[in-house]
Structure formats: structure tokens, C-alpha cells
Design a protein around this ligand. Structure first.
Ligand code: ADP
Ligand code: ZN
Ligand code: ZN
Length: 653
């Protein structure tokens, strides 16, 4: 019997596929079961191996799972790029890009899609919408990146709908990426309403079986549109004609586990590899994207007004030094909420901090409990009663007696969403209060169920975290209160201000999208900050110009590129020693990049381990070269020190 040799991508720290023997030739992209060490694992065939270098001791493929490839050449090309750019093992990336059932070697299920309702819009497109659609359409079957920059509520989703319609008519498929599950519900319904075709949906909030069916429907060309979160980017779409990335500035596009890829950046790569247009949309583009549009590399399409003369919300600062918040809410905020409710409208109270209160303190001696495992203060939760560290997840019973002075006067200082909910229930006993944060939406579909009354237009007050800031179109919502804006102005990260400005603009954008003019109240102790003046103009270009100028001054991204090397161990000395050696090695390369550190991470002790970091700043190509010279980085370990590489980090934690 003739023996063949094939290459197989397997998970783990392998930068090249491994070689196996097989009685038959296996196509690239077919899943196989192979022995690895003492286990049998699922891998993906990478094609024929060069037999000249093959040894007699080579092991054989155990089972061939698929009849035909489930990975297309297109899919493989994208993984190859990502593997090279993020210095991640290709097998790891390829296998983690598959839905879990496929990764485990289960057979392909039958595809499943939902059929669009093919309804026509009830309004005519605005000139700006029409122009945006025509511009993208003109670039069909060519690579071009667009920035669809429209104020919140300016009708970006309608532009998406029309672009999808046209792409399907050409016989092509569309990939629409959205940042989070919370957003997906409404987006899916709105796209499905006008869709003349088949729709598949993929995100981590749906059952894995359903995700796999969406994968198959996309791969077989049955789904005309695939809507999904970042991992959906790695889905075979043989007739792909257009990629849309909604809310492109959102941090959810950055994978924070395993290979730290940016689905937004890879979407552009995929469009380029496929030779098709890609549209990044946002009211508050990331400075990276915004700069590319300024330079003319991306074509900027604007939606400058809300359709139907719907005015923008008015934004007002509340000086918390004078109108002192009681239970988190100033007098002015309470009046505005009452006014909204009395006029059959809804209100949203925003606080980006879950739990009951961020600090528990002994009022006799000032003692504050810390987390056993981190340099962090655990958050007090009431449902259930606990001191909960949001960094390592450690939970303990709340302290009732101070261990320092045996005092009994322990006070919850500051507010989280739980406490705000309590205060609102007391002040507005006649109005339903709906709290939306990670704690109330942990169950599958909980988010959709929670916000249904809001969508239905029932009177209510919403209170919650950044989950509420995004994309939602609540018709009756007229009033937004931002309870603690000081939080955002004092962030430690170079992107803090950008994220804060984006968040504020997005939250404000929920107010008054229909009917009554929206009203936004921002409580702050620092109303004189120049950044408020810039944010309040509601002119994102003006704000972005100022932010970019600041970044240029300090040579931070997007002026330069960044790679973050984090090291951790149970004691701090080996961390700094190891990072010091790497810094030395990089400097010895004599390459014009800047190396910052080693320095302690913003939270040095986290989850029982000490964290240190090294930052490399410079030109993208030089950083790539330096990393390759000093790699490999994946699974890197040195004694007891573990390393983690993040190319283009989103934040420096
Ligand atoms: P965005 O996605 O930019 O936040 P949406 O697409 O949600 O904005 O649009 C805001 C609202 O305006 C939606 O209710 C939508 O139905 C409506 N809308 C969109 N385009 C038009 C138009 N051309 N004329 C009237 N209303 C429109
Ligand atoms: Zn005490
Ligand atoms: Zn902790």
C-alpha cells in the first residue's frame, strides 16, 4: 500500500504544521484526528508534505473527519496573515477560529438560516445616505476602505441595509461585524426586516450548535448575510463581496485571550486579500481610522445630520461641587428624570461601574479592605452580599468588624449600578427601574428580555454600564444622565480620554432619537476641564484633531505603532530580570524603535502574580522585525516567568 505524507495544523506552540503518514492523500482544509504525545487531537490538513525529509518513525493519521475541506484557501490566507503579524502559532489560530463543535471533531451539521422579511423602508434615503451607498457601490469588486462617519442616529443602519441589498443582487455575500451580543439583537432585527435573502447569525451568546449551523450556511454560500461578533470574521464566505464593521472604534473587536488580534484590522486585511470594499462605521471613529481618513487613504463618507431634522440632544454639565449628588444623583438630574417620566418619556442613568459600591471603609480608622490576590480594592455587592474583586474574581463575605480597630462603623463609599438602582427605586417608586450590567445580563438572552419593555416604549428608568451606550435605538428615550464623568477624565492609559469621549458621545447619542429633543446631563466635579469644552461642542472632528495633536506630541499611536510585552510570576524580581534582558536584547539590535521599561504594570499584583511590562514604540515594520528577531513569543516561558505579547494593544493593562 502506498503511503503519503501530509502536513497537519495542530493546536499548541507549533509554528509549522506537523507531518503525519496517511494511506490516502488528504486535501488541505480537511479535519483529521492525529496522535500528539500521548493524546489524540483534532488538526487540519495543510496539504502534502515534502517527503524527502520524512522519517520512518512518523505517526499515522487516525481518522479523516471531513469528505471535503471545511477551510477555504481564503480563510487560510487570513489565518496565515494573522499568524505572521501577531506572531501566533497558525494551528492555534486556525482551530480557535472554528466553532467549538467543529474544533472537537463533530461532523458538520445541516446549515440553518433565517429568511429576510423584504420590507421596504418607510422613508426616502437622504442625499448623504444615497451618496454613501453609491460611493461604496462604485468600488464593487475592488479593495477600498471607507469610513462611514455619521453622528449617532444619522441612519447608518439604513445605509448598511441598502448596501447589503445591492451586494446580494450581484450574487455576493456580506459579512457584517458588530461589537457585542447586546447590540446584535436589534441590529439583526433591523437588517432582517428589509433583507431580501437569507441571514445567518454568529456570536458567543448563541448555542454552539447554532453557531456551527451559521458557519456551514456561510461556507456553503447559502447565507447571503452573516452578522456576527469578532470571531465571525474567520468564517468561510466563498462569494464575499462586502465587509461592514459597525462601531469600528469598539474595544470588543480586540481579542483579549489567546492571539490578541483586532477583528477590525483583520477585516481590512480580508477585504484586501479578497479584493472587495470594507466599510468601517462609527460616530466616534478610533484615532487610527480617523487619521487614515484625514490622509485620504480611507474614503470618508459623512452622515452629518439626523434624518427628518431630528435635532441633536442638548448637553449640559452639572457642577457636582454645588449641586451635590445625593445617593449619586444631583437635584438637577432628579428633576430631569421626573420631567421625562411625566411627559411619557424614558430616562437612562449611566454609570460605568457595576456592584453596590467601589469601596468599603471603616469610618473610625480609615481602614479599607484590599483583595488578597491583587493591588485592587474589591467592590461591595449586595446581590449577593460579598466583597468581589473584579480583577481576579475572588469573593469574600463583607467585613462587619474592622480588623484594625474592631470598630463596627463600616461604610459603603461611592456608587455602583446596584446602589443607583436602589436610590432610583426610592426616589421614583412609581416607575419601573431596569438595571443593565454584566451581573443582570449573565444569562443567555437576559439582555434582550431586560430591554424589551424599553424597546416597547413603556415608561421606565434604565440604569446601567457601557452596555447601554451602544447602538440601541430606544424611541421613547429622551433623557440621559451621566452620573460620574470624573472617572473618565482621570484614566491612566494613553487612550483613556479617547475612550471616554467616545463613550460619552455614544451615551449621549441614545437621547432624543425620535420626537422630543434629547437632553443629556453630565455630573462632574471638574466642569472647567478643557476636554469638556471640546466634547460639548459635539463636533467629533474638532475633538479628534485635538486628541491627535496630543498623541503626536508624545509620539503615541496612531503616530507610532506599539507592541506590549507583559511578563508575570509569583515574585517580582524574576519578572524584571527577564524583561530587562529582553530590553537589552532589543536595544542591541540597534534598530530605531523606542523601548520603554521594564516597568510595573498599572496593577502590579493581580491574581496572585506580579506583572511587569515592556513597551516597544516605532514604525510598524520595524516593530515586526524586532519581534521576529527576539521571538518566538507564543507560549514563551523562562523559568517561572510567563510572557504575553500584544501587538497594537488596545490598552496597557
Ligand atoms: P445610526 O445607526 O446612525 O445610529 P439609525 O440607522 O439607527 O442611525 O437611524 C436612526 C433612525 O432614523 C432609525 O429609526 C431609522 O429608522 C431612521 N432613519 C434612517 N434613515 C432615515 C431616512 N432617510 N429618513 C427618515 N428616517 C430615517
Ligand atoms: Zn477601623
Ligand atoms: Zn483580586
Amino acid at each position: 500500500m502506498s503511503r503519503f505524507f501530509i502536513k497537519v495544523f495542530v493546536p499548541g506552540p507549533f509554528f509549522e504544521p506537523l507531518t503525519y503518514a496517511s494511506d490516502v492523500l488528504i486535501d488541505a482544509g480537511v479535519r483529521v484526528q492525529v496522535p500528539l504525545g500521548s493524546r489524540e487531537i483534532i488538526g487540519i490538513c495543510a496539504g502534502k508534505a515534502d517527503t524527502s525529509e520524512v522519517l520512518e518513525t512518523i505517526k499515522s493519521v487516525v481518522t479523516i473527519i471531513d469528505e471535503k475541506p471545511i477551510i477555504s484557501r481564503q480563510h487560510q490566507a487570513l489565518v496565515d496573515f494573522a499568524s505572521d503579524y501577531y506572531l501566533a502559532p497558525p494551528g492555534d489560530l486556525l482551530l480557535s477560529s472554528l466553532p467549538t463543535t467543529l474544533r472537537k471533531g463533530k461532523p458538520l451539521p445541516k446549515p440553518k438560516t433565517e429568511t429576510g422579511h423584504n420590507n421596504s423602508p418607510t422613508y426616502a434615503l437622504t442625499n448623504e445616505q444615497q451618496h454613501a451607498i453609491d460611493s461604496v457601490d462604485q468600488k464593487a469588486n475592488q479593495f477600498q476602505c471607507f469610513l462611514l462617519q455619521g453622528v449617532t442616529g444619522s441612519g447608518k443602519t439604513q445605509v448598511f441595509s441598502e448596501l447589503i441589498h445591492r451586494t446580494i443582487r450581484r450574487g455576493q455575500q456580506v459579512l457584517l461585524l458588530v461589537p457585542e451580543i447586546g447590540l446584535t439583537g436589534q441590529m439583526v432585527a433591523r437588517i432582517q426586516d428589509q433583507l431580501d435573502g437569507e441571514l445567518a447569525v454568529s456570536h458567543s451568546g448563541i448555542a454552539d450548535g447554532a453557531r456551527t449551523k451559521a458557519f456551514v450556511a456561510s461556507a456553503e454560500g447559502i447565507a447571503d448575510v452573516l452578522i456576527g461578533t469578532r470571531s465571525a470574521l474567520f468564517t468561510p464566505l466563498p462569494k464575499l463581496g462586502l465587509i461592514l464593521v459597525d462601531e469600528e472604534h469598539d474595544g470588543a473587536y480586540k481579542n483579549q485571550e489567546g492571539c490578541r488580534y483586532s477583528a477590525r484590522d483583520l477585516a481590512i486585511v480580508r477585504a484586501q486579500q479578497t479584493g472587495i470594499p470594507v466599510v468601517l462605521s462609527s460616530a466616534t471613529p478610533s484615532l487610527e481610522t480617523w487619521q487614515q481618513a484625514e490622509l485620504g487613504k480611507y474614503i470618508r463618507l459623512r452622515l452629518s445630520a439626523r434624518p427628518g431634522q431630528q435635532p441633536r440632544p442638548t448637553i449640559r454639565l452639572i457642577d457636582a461641587r454645588h449641586d451635590k449628588p445625593k445617593d449619586g444623583l444631583s437635584e438637577a438630574a432628579r428633576r430631569a428624570i421626573r420631567h421625562a417620566i411625566d411627559h411619557d418619556q424614558q430616562a437612562l442613568v449611566f454609570l460605568n461601574r457595576r456592584g453596590y459600591s467601589p469601596v468599603l471603609m471603616c469610618t473610625d480608622c480609615g481602614w479599607i479592605p484590599g483583595c488578597k490576590h491583587c493591588d485592587a480594592k474589591p467592590t461591595l455587592h449586595r446581590q449577593p452580599d460579598s466583597l468581589w474583586c473584579h480583577h481576579c474574581d475572588h469573593r469574600q463575605r463583607p467585613v462587619t468588624v474592622c480588623p484594625e480597630c474592631s470598630g463596627l462603623n463600616l461604610l459603603a463609599v461611592g456608587h455602583g449600578t446596584e446602589r443607583l438602582e436602589e436610590a432610583l427605586t426610592e426616589s421614583f417608586p412609581d416607575v419601573p427601574i431596569i438595571r443593565v450590567d454584566r451581573d443582570t445580563t449573565a444569562r443567555r438572552r437576559a439582555f434582550e428580555q431586560l430591554i424589551q419593555p424599553v424597546i416597547d416604549g413603556n415608561p421606565c428608568i434604565l440604569v446601567g454600564t457601557q452596555m447601554l451606550a451602544k447602538g440601541h435605538d430606544f424611541r421613547k428615550l429622551s433623557t440621559v444622565v451621566v452620573t460620574d464623568a470624573d472617572q473618565g477624565l482621570s484614566g491612566a492609559d494613553f487612550r483613556s480620554l479617547e475612550h471616554f469621549a467616545q463613550l460619552l458621545t455614544q451615551v449621549a447619542g441614545r437621547a432624543g432619537r425620535h420626537g422630543a429633543t434629547g437632553q443629556v446631563l453630565i455630573q462632574t466635579h471638574r466642569p472647567d476641564s478643557e476636554w469638556f469644552e471640546r466634547i460639548l461642542r459635539q463636533d467629533y472632528d474638532y475633538l479628534a484633531t485635538a486628541m491627535l495633536r496630543e498623541r503626536q506630541q508624545f509620539d503615541w499611536p496612531p503616530e507610532s505603532h506599539l507592541a506590549l510585552i507583559t511578563a508575570r510570576a509569583t515574585t517580582s524580581a524574576p519578572v524584571f530580570e527577564a524583561l530587562g534582558a529582553i530590553a537589552h536584547q532589543i536595544r542591541a539590535l540597534n534598530c530605531p524603535v523606542r523601548v520603554l521599561g521594564p516597568a510595573p504594570a498599572p496593577m502590579e499584583r493581580r491574581n496572585r502574580q506580579y506583572h511587569g511590562q515592556l513597551l516597544i514604540l516605532g514604525k510598524r515594520s520595524l516593530i515586526q522585525w524586532v519581534l521576529k528577531e527576539t521571538g518566538p513569543w507564543a507560549y514563551k516561558k523562562q523559568g517561572k516567568v510567563m510572557f504575553q505579547l500584544d501587538v497594537d494593544p488596545w490598552d496597557l493593562w
